[in-house]
Design a protein around this ligand. Structure first.
Ligand code: BDR
Ligand code: CA
Length: 322
């Protein structure tokens, strides 16, 4: 697989931009699976690490390997934390199904697990490699444990592009799943001083997959297309049933696209903290939107908007590459 992508410039000259080097930390999960598919084409994926989240770890690591096998990728998959740092484990089978990948007929798994110590692998990789982006699209447990064990890696990474948070919730009125599932981990990451891009629900609910998109994906006709279309059909049906939304927000690929195709996003600096103790607001990301002198200095970058149509076209073109 090539490690650079070609981008057109205004003068129509083609320049080669190096592909971002990433560790994709995930809890597949429908949109996690699409994030793997997208990242494998547009990033140099150093590893996939799995965490407890949408379903228990034994299923998320299984599913990460299954997606890798199905897409015929050659990527190491490591299993990480099987539970949050202090919170009770929380899963989202009500959206992703009992297996975590409801919808497609899933093949038998024969793809190997590289290790059961994702946290140690994250630390080792960041210490040994340059310019590594961490892309967590599940609860932040693995990343927080790595930061707590080896604080030296915080300044060594190129940055973190994460899916989580927002100004509204999907698990509680104010809390998004990835943050609510392990708020203590999220707090460690958000207050670490690392270079962070946050793709929250305000953003990901702009990146909707609808019936028309699913049909266009299915028409591509390759294995990746059929798998993605089956996943998205199930995901959209669940969103319709549970939230009354007639389309599914493709959350997790946004965190990958924000570093591979930043031109599709409006990115703005903000001060964001994680609420740990609120009676009704535990797991909320508190985003300082004030424009007064009292506003706290920004500690991360919030992805505010995405060019939805271009990002859908990009996904479709990416699926054709399989
Ligand atoms: C996030 O929660 C999970 O269900 C999705 O995979 C996504 O990472 C959205 O709140
Ligand atoms: Ca996820």
């Amino acid at each position: 697989m090539s490690t650079s992508r070609v981008s057109p410039t205004s003068s129509n000259t083609l320049i080669k931009t190096p592909k971002p080097r990433i560790i994709l930390d995930c809890d597949p999960g429908h949109d996690d699976a699409v994030a793997i598919l997208f990242a494998a084409q547009h990033c140099e994926v150093l590893a996939i690490t799995a965490v407890s989240g949408n379903v228990p770890l034994k299923l998320t690591q299984h599913n990460a390997r299954l997606v890798t096998q199905l897409l015929e990728l050659d990527l190491p998959v490591h299993a990480g934390a099987s539970r949050p740092i202090t919170a009770e484990a929380l899963h989202a089978e009500f959206i992703h199904g009992e297996s975590g990948l409801g919808g497609p007929v899933l093949p038998d798994l024969h793809y190997p697990l590289t290790s059961e110590d994702a946290v140690a692998h994250i630390i080792k990789t960041v210490r040994e490699e340059e310019d590594v982006w961490l892309v967590p699209v599940g609860p932040l447990t693995n990343i927080a444990l790595a930061f707590r064990t080896a604080p030296d890696i915080i300044q060594k990474i190129k940055g973190i592009s994460l899916m989580g948070g927002g100004t509204f919730g999907n698990v509680t009125p104010m809390a998004e799943f990835n943050i609510y599932a392990d708020p203590e981990a999220a707090d460690i990451v958000f207050s670490s001083g690392a270079n962070i891009i946050m793709c929250g629900l305000d953003l990901t609910h702009q990146y909707m997959v609808d019936t028309q998109t699913i049909a266009a994906i299915r028409d591509i006709g390759n294995i990746a297309a059929t798998f993605t279309a089956d996943l998205m059909q199930f995901f959209c049906d669940m969103y319709e049933e549970k939230f009354g939304i007639h389309a599914g927000p493709l959350h997790d690929p946004c965190a990958v696209m924000a570093i591979t195709h930043p031109e599709l996003f409006v990115l703005e600096p903000r001060h964001v903290t994680v609420e740990l103790t609120g009676t009704h607001t535990r797991g909320m990301t508190v985003i300082d939107e004030r424009r007064t002198i009292d506003a706290q200095p920004s500690n991360l970058t919030v992805a505010q908007s995405i060019d939805r149509d271009k990002a859908i076209d990009l996904l479709i073109e990416t699926i054709k590459l399989y």
